[in-house]
Write a protein of this length. Structure first.
Length: 91
């Protein structure tokens, strides 16, 4: 079974769909981090070196396993040649 077929089947459950939707912000952040690194042409090792940390920490950050501080997010952005821009929008 493909991932998209599995998701379609799982989303038939209102509870599963609601739980998935609650993670939208986290998925958006992960996507943004990966896009920044991809656009910068850097590896996880290179980003880690620029941040003064190790690649496994970057892997955890990019996989959503952790609770990064604003300082960490700003450092990651800077290492990739970006500037952190926090904002809010009406839900």
């Amino acid at each position: 079974m493909s991932l998209s077929a599995l998701k379609q089947k799982a989303f038939k459950s209102p509870e599963v769909k609601a739980a998935y939707n609650e993670l939208d912000d986290e998925f958006d952040l992960i996507s943004t981090l990966l896009t920044m690194r991809e656009q910068s042409g850097l590896t996880q090792d290179e980003v880690a070196r620029k941040m003064g940390t190790r690649a496994p920490n970057i892997s955890r950050l990019e996989s959503g396993r952790g609770n990064p501080s604003i300082k960490t997010l700003a450092s990651y952005a800077h290492a990739c040649g970006f500037k952190l821009n926090l904002g809010f929008r009406h839900a």
